[in-house]
Every structure is written in structure tokens, then in C-alpha cells.
Design a protein around this ligand. Structure first.
Ligand SMILES: Nc1nc2c(ncn2[C@@H]2O[C@H](COP(=O)(O)OP(=O)(O)OP(=O)(O)O)[C@@H](O)[C@H]2O)c(=O)[nH]1
Ligand SMILES: [Zn+2]
Length: 348
């Protein structure tokens, strides 16, 4: 695969499909909605929304009482071509959000992200427990997690980090790279092709900004271009706004919002069953249906630990996360009718 480096400065997408439009959204259209523009939310502000289409970025006109907090960067919306009035938002394929406590509504971070790059380094920062929390978050949001192990140039044991990471979830994609080299964009290209949307999460200092600049085709000298840009609003005035939906050098999109960067590990944690599938699979073989795999006789999970086929540290981490999950479940209904499960913001 060859990276198209000509995307800098940012080109508008060639088509809606190149912007991420797919049958999932097409199927939601009523016959009389065919003439409406399909646009993707690029920025969300307190009182205004901007959206992107192959013809450029516009500030949407909103009917009185529209709550911008109900929109996320990456959302698909239908827009009146004559007036730029926002008609309606389409259902999301995936949603990353920070649950609000008590009466507070959840804060929407990014929608329709296909792949969540979970970034960590091949050094002391590496932590299976932290990665598992991010994996639970990605699973819950409906995005495909890919673990990106950076600073491969600083370790002699890249294989070891790779092996430990692959053991964390069945079928998990893991890549190793030096984020500072241009080849990093090629390594990530399989997830960043035309119409694909990605986002980056991870602790401070693991290389997210470096990777973002590589993906968006920005050299270190132009890195400040990731900050606020001046943009003409509907009345022609210039306002400062942080662009949040950026073209990648391989034809995809990378979402970068402040909320994305600080997405706390442990804000969300369903997706645990997908993460700990090997334990879920063993559980029906336990003598008791409600076995907690702690001290019950006839426990197939503990038998697997004794037989050496299941790591006891892994079982400990499963227990800890599941317990937190039970103690902190906020019973609410998610956007797709899914239960949203809240965990305390441990380790923040
Ligand atoms: N040697 C090496 N250095 C790297 C690599 N990735 C990042 N760095 C360096 O690590 C430091 C931190 O990288 P950033 O990209 O700023 O990390 P970040 O995750 O964006 O950090 P925050 O902005 O604090 O969240 C910088 O000095 C990078 O140049 C890598 O793969 N190899
Ligand atoms: Zn058991």
C-alpha cells in the first residue's frame, strides 16, 4: 500500500463514501430525504455545529432549542441544501462518550469511529491492566480496538510486548512501531483507508500527538496546525475553532477532540465479556451457575489456572474489573438501547 502524501494541506473528500458514508446510513433514509445533503459533524461548540461534506465545511443553521450537546464529532446529519438548516441526525454505528454522574447527561466525545488506536509504549508505561480497561471501553463503544506499541526503537524485547498484548483479547490486532518515522503511517494504513475513521487514546507521553501528526501528514514544524484554526462562520466573521475531523494521508479520517485525548480509562466498562472471552467460555463448565471463580468447588476457571492454561494475574484483573463494574453500574439506556456501565475513574 502506498501512502498518498499529497493530502497536505487538507483536501475535501472526493465523495460521501470517502467521508465514511455506508449502507448503514443509507438504509436510514426515508424516500423524501433523498434530496437532503449528507454531512458529517466536524466540530461541536456550545451554540454551534460545523459539518463537512465533499463541498466543504459549513456552519449549520439550527432550529431554536437544538441542544448541540446531543451531537458528537463524526455524526452523520441530513442538511437542507438551500438553507444549511440541520434536518436530523442519523443513528450512530459507534459512540465514544463519558458518562455523566447523577443527573448529568453523558458527554459525547466521538461518533462513528471505526477503529480506536490504543497507544502505549514499549517501556515502563506498558500495563496489561490499563490496556484491558481501554479494550473494555472500545468494545463497549462498538469500535474495533487496535493496540499500537510505540517506542519500538527503545526496546530489545518488542516480541515480548507484542506477545503479552496479543494475549489480552481474542483476535486483537497489535502493531509495533516507531511513531517518529514516516513508516508509522504505512503501518497504520490498513485502518486508515478511504472512508475509514480512527481515533487515538492512551496515557500522556506515549506518542499520540506524534502519531496524529504523522497520520494527518503534518511535519513537526507544522504540528501547531493541529491547534485552533480561524474559520469564517455563516456571517463571514472569523472565529477560532479547533478542527476535530482531519483527513489522513491515506484517505481516511482521524478524530481529535480534547475529550478524546483525556478519555479516562474506566469511564465505561461493558465489553468485559468480549475482553475476557476465555473466562466467559469456561464459566458454563463450573459446577455452580453463578460461580464467582473465587472459592467454589468444581470451578473450571480456577482449574484452568491450576493447569497453567489461564494466567492467574489475568483472572485477578478480571475479578477486579467485574467487581467495580457491579458496584458502580449506573442503570441507563445507551444510544443503541445498550446498557451503559460506569466504573470509577481509577488511576486518573
Ligand atoms: N524514540 C521514540 N520516541 C517517541 C516515539 N513516539 C513518541 N516519542 C517521543 O515521546 C514524546 C511524547 O510524544 P507525544 O506524541 O507528545 O505523546 P502524547 O501521547 O501525545 O502525549 P500527551 O500530549 O501528553 O498526551 C515526544 O518527545 C516524542 O518525540 C517513538 O516511537 N520512539
Ligand atoms: Zn468458576
Amino acid at each position: 500500500m502506498t501512502a498518498r502524501m499529497s493530502h497536505f494541506p487538507e483536501q475535501p473528500p472526493a465523495s460521501e463514501v470517502a467521508l465514511g458514508w455506508c449502507p448503514y446510513f443509507e438504509d436510514q433514509l426515508a424516500p423524501d430525504e433523498a434530496q437532503l445533503l449528507r454531512m458529517r459533524i466536524a466540530t461541536v461548540h456550545r451554540t454551534r455545529l460545523t459539518a463537512r461534506s465533499p463541498s466543504g465545511v459549513v456552519r449549520l443553521r439550527l432550529t431554536d432549542g437544538t441542544q448541540t450537546a446531543g451531537f458528537a464529532v463524526g455524526d452523520w446529519v441530513l442538511v437542507d441544501p438551500e438553507t444549511d438548516f440541520l434536518f436530523r441526525r442519523l443513528d450512530r454505528r459507534t459512540l465514544l462518550q463519558r458518562p455523566g454522574g447523577g443527573e448529568r447527561v453523558p458527554q459525547l466525545i466521538a461518533a462513528n469511529v471505526d477503529t480506536l488506536f490504543i497507544v502505549t509504549s514499549c517501556n515502563d508505561e506498558f500495563s496489561p491492566a490499563r490496556l484491558e480497561r481501554y479494550l473494555a471501553l472500545a468494545n463497549e463503544a462498538g469500535t474495533t480496538p487496535v493496540v499500537v506499541l510505540t517506542k519500538i526503537d527503545r526496546t530489545t524485547d518488542a516480541e515480548g510486548y507484542l506477545r503479552q498484548t496479543q494475549a489480552l483479547q481474542r483476535g486483537l490486532a497489535v502493531v509495533t512501531l516507531n511513531a517518529k518515522t514516516p513508516e508509522a503511517a504505512l503501518t497504520l494504513a490498513p485502518w486508515c483507508g478511504a472512508g475509514r475513521t480512527v481515533a487515538l487514546v492512551g496515557s500522556s507521553g506515549v506518542g499520540k500527538s506524534t502519531l496524529f501528526n504523522t497520520l494527518a501528514g503534518r511535519s513537526a514544524e507544522h504540528a501547531q496546525a493541529t491547534g485552533p484554526v480561524r474559520e469564517a462562520d455563516a456571517k463571514g466573521r472569523h472565529t477560532t475553532t479547533a478542527r476535530s475531523l482531519h483527513a489522513t494521508v491515506t484517505g481516511g479520517w482521524v478524530i481529535d477532540t480534547p475529550g478524546m485525548r483525556s478519555l479516562a480509562v474506566g469511564d465505561v466498562s461493558a465489553g468485559l465479556d468480549e475482553l475476557f472471552a476465555e473466562i466467559v467460555d469456561l464459566a458454563p463448565r463450573c459446577r455452580f451457575r453463578d460461580c464467582t471463580h473465587a472459592c467454589e468447588p468444581g470451578c473450571a476457571v480456577r482449574a484452568a489456572v491450576e493447569a497453567g492454561t489461564l494466567d492467574s494475574a489475568r483472572l485477578d484483573r478480571w475479578r477486579k474489573l467485574s467487581e467495580e463494574n457491579r458496584n458502580n453500574t449506573a442503570v441507563r439506556t445507551g444510544p443503541r438501547g445498550k446498557r451503559i456501565v460506569k466504573m470509577p475513574s481509577q488511576g486518573r
